[in-house]
Design a protein around this ligand. Structure first.
Ligand code: COI
Length: 356
């Protein structure tokens, strides 16, 4: 069936795959909803966007994204409540960051309003795919990549921008153990660490896999020149609490400005906490754990939301924080954000976009 809604041509599936979904075992990123949004950039302009059945796309093996890594992505989520209402959390913020990443990788920007409108239409069409179980959401994955069939190195002249969605469960199911990485680095000064570039994730895989073999969920990445200052944890920003103060590495050209990070820090300020965005040294954190002064440490990201860090391994030793049941902030912000995103808390900052 073909329909045109607000300039997006919509081709619907003949039959939904919904009956095949095992809603109690969604995992993360393995189940894909019925439709996807696709638009191409050619001859200096974005072409006609389409929503069509989710499926494979054929490409030449020469497309430049595959060779030179002009590929960027975003992650955001849609939430359902018991009344059947559906909201997407801060889509304008992800649209703006996509454009920041695009600029860094010499790719074209996509208009913020068109990004938000595409999400509205895609999620509305696939609204039955938005789960509402505890910890569940519809993960939306916008991504843009270079499709010039050309092997010379230059910014591609053509691109594809695609968004598909996945009903997901929790990314991490419990407390997280991390290992301080002092040899490899996620991003260097002057690099593209603050862009959500596919290559940043690929380059992090080897060291992360090594940490997992050693029994840790993720790495605590440190700065590239001294390895003394904390940057991120795995694919998340990292936040610490000591008493009434939350402190976190300040964003820089090697640290991603996470939407969850920014939201958590804003709410913490609303609640009267002191928030410090600054350099955070590994030694400061380890000493604070040793002196029983570090109250909490957690990762903040779209996929995981809040991931409590219980163990930090540094130079071969595990340093353990007190049990999560004794923590004050992470459980509270975790519940608050969940309720806010489902429309069950007053949306004081007008972060939600109501879709249904
Ligand atoms: C997100 O939290 O959306 C991320 O970027 C993590 C993702 C790579 C799974």
């Amino acid at each position: 069936m073909i329909a045109t809604t607000n300039q997006i041509e919509v081709h619907k599936v003949k039959e939904s795959r919904i009956p095949q979904v095992d809603w109690d075992n969604l995992g993360f990123g393995t189940v894909f909803s019925d439709h996807m949004f696709v638009v191409e950039y050619r001859d200096g302009a974005w072409q006609k966007p389409e929503i069509k059945p989710y499926g494979t796309i054929a490409f030449s093996p020469a497309i430049s994204a595959l060779h030179y890594g002009q590929a960027i992505f975003e992650g955001l989520k849609a939430f359902r409540n018991d009344k059947g209402e559906i909201r997407v959390f801060r889509p304008e913020r992800n649209a703006a960051r996509l454009n920041k990443s695009a600029k860094r990788l010499s790719m074209p920007e996509y208009p913020v309003e068109s990004f938000v409108d595409a999400i509205q239409q895609l999620v509305e069409l696939d609204q039955e795919w938005v789960p509402n179980g505890a910890g569940q959401a519809l993960y939306i994955r916008p991504h843009m990549f270079a499709i010039d069939e050309y092997v010379g190195v230059r910014p591609s002249q053509s691109y594809m921008f695609v968004m598909f969605t996945c009903p997901v469960g929790k990314y991490y199911t419990g407390e997280v153990k991390v290992k301080v990485e002092r040899e490899y680095t996620r991003a260097a000064r002057g690099g593209a660490g603050n862009a959500k570039a596919a290559g940043n994730y690929g380059a992090a895989l080897m060291a992360s896999a090594q940490a997992q073999q050693d029994g840790y969920n993720q790495l605590l990445w440190t700065d590239s020149s001294t390895h003394e200052f904390i940057e991120e944890s795995g694919t998340m920003n990292v936040i610490f609490r000591k008493g009434n103060t939350l402190f976190t590495p300040a964003v820089s050209d090697s640290i991603l400005d996470g939407v969850t990070r920014e939201s958590v820090l804003q709410i913490a300020k609303d609640w009267g906490y002191i928030v410090e965005e600054r350099k955070v040294s590994v030694v400061e954190v380890i000493e604070a754990i040793k002196n029983n002064e570090l109250d909490e440490a957690f990762g903040a990201g779209t996929a995981a939301t809040i991931a409590p860090i219980r163990v930090i391994n540094y130079e071969g030793n595990d340093f353990t924080l007190r049990p999560y049941t004794e923590w004050e902030f992470a459980p509270k912000i975790s519940d608050y954000l969940d309720q806010l995103k489902r429309g069950l808390q007053e949306d004081t900052h007008q972060w939600n976009k109501r879709v249904v």
